[in-house]
Design a protein around this ligand. Structure first.
Ligand code: SOE
Length: 378
């Protein structure tokens, strides 16, 4: 019988659902020593938290996160709140001795992220950041292929995350739904929101980034304020692109925008090595494109691997070969790995310390975009 692990979730939005769904599903599909129990959900307004608790099966509701983290019956705090609240909550939760799962990006900046890393390390509590795309089976397969050296020396890394939901100048800034457009809450725009994913995956697949040269743009400089009703200045970056040099010598380009008409969440990456290449696309997430330069030249070509076989990462826990899984499963995989780590006394990645590396790249990109200089990521 799996041991209960009592979860206190702070926040109830899009990520609150994705994480809660993972807690509900994980023990049905993975054989684990721990079982998440939905103890409490916390939101400032009980009117919002109560229906969420009822719908998802949380046993109780809190309206003050400080009270939640002091509760003796809570083992793990899951932070699903906007970016500007992550640090304060995580540091207090670590001091209260709770395990912490935190939504991405870790923090508003590298220095803030460092304080979070110090707090969890001092408290010795298990911690992880929800960079969920690492746990798409096709992306994990890419990691396995790279780690076994199949691509040989890596020359290029190319990543994009394209959306189109802020093209209208009437999309307001701020408030509950649109905090991502408010720099005081989000920190940055697409750099911290979308490029954070691309950077996390890239650091995982291709190692550290040494230097970056970035550019950002805010296309719509004033928007209606969701709360004030008045025009407000927009301070986030709407689009962001940077060049990078990895420590392994490879050259990279990264791009993210919310102004790529026609694209909703087109996260793609491609890696080119001396013996092969890999490409992946979130809109077709169960496929990995793979080119291997070997064998009979007449038969060489890109293959599209349908990542649904029992041999593929995570897939033996799901349906029969050929049947796909999707976005929500990446969160289930992440919590499965976390629970396995608890049982085995290992710390699955990305930890706060891993996610801090992404913050440092983000900071360097934003400074570079302001100064026009190449920046080191340290
Ligand atoms: C933004 O639209 C967003 O929801 C990000 O915040 C998520 O992290 C990304 O996975 C999908 O897009």
């Amino acid at each position: 019988m799996a041991k209960p692990l009592n979860v206190g979730m702070i926040g109830y939005g899009f990520m609150g659902k994705a994480h809660t769904n993972a807690y509900c599903q994980v023990n049905h599909f993975f054989d684990l020593a721990y079982r998440p129990v939905l103890k409490a959900v916390c939101a400032r307004s009980a009117d919002k938290a109560k229906p969420f608790a009822d719908q998802w099966g949380y046993e109780s509701v809190e309206t003050d996160w400080r009270k939640l983290i002091q509760r003796k019956d809570i083992d793990l705090i899951d932070i699903c709140t906007p970016n500007n609240t992550h640090a304060e909550i995580a540091i207090a939760a670590a001091q209260a001795g709770k395990m912490i799962l935190c939504e991405k990006p870790l923090a508003m900046s590298g220095p803030e992220g460092l304080k979070m890393v110090e707090a969890v390390e001092k408290a010795g509590v298990a911690n992880m950041v929800w960079y969920n795309y690492r746990r798409v089976p096709a992306v994990t397969l890419a990691k396995q292929i790279i780690d076994q050296g199949t691509l040989g020396h890596i020359f290029h890394y190319r990543a994009k995350f394209l959306q189109d939901w802020t093209i209208s100048s009437q999309v307001p800034v701020g408030g509950q739904a649109l905090w991502r457009l408010d720099s005081s809450v989000a920190g940055s725009g697409v750099t911290g929101d979308l490029l954070a994913h691309c950077i996390d995956t890239a650091l995982w697949l291709n190692g550290p980034i040494d230097t970056v040269s970035g550019m950002t743009e805010t296309f719509i400089k004033e928007r209606p304020g969701a709360l004030s009703g008045q025009p407000e200045q927009v301070r986030i970056d709407d689009a962001s692109a940077f060049l990078a040099r990895f420590a392994n010598g490879s050259l990279a380009t990264f791009e993210a925008t919310r102004y790529a008409r026609g694209h909703k969440a087109l996260y793609t990456f491609e890696i080119n090595g001396e013996n092969g290449s890999i490409a992946w696309d979130l809109h077709d997430l169960h496929r990995l494109q793979f080119f291997e330069y070997s064998g009979d030249g007449r038969l060489r070509g890109w293959r599209s691997i349908h990542v649904t076989e029992k041999e593929h990462p995570y897939m033996e826990n799901w349906w029969v070969p050929g049947l796909q899984i999707g976005y929500e499963h990446t969160f289930i995989h992440q919590i499965a790995d976390f629970l396995r780590g608890l049982a085995e006394n290992t710390q699955p990645e990305p930890t706060f310390k891993d996610a801090l590396k992404t913050e440092k790249v983000i900071d360097a990109v934003l400074i570079s975009a302001k100064t026009g200089s190449w920046m080191r990521c340290e």
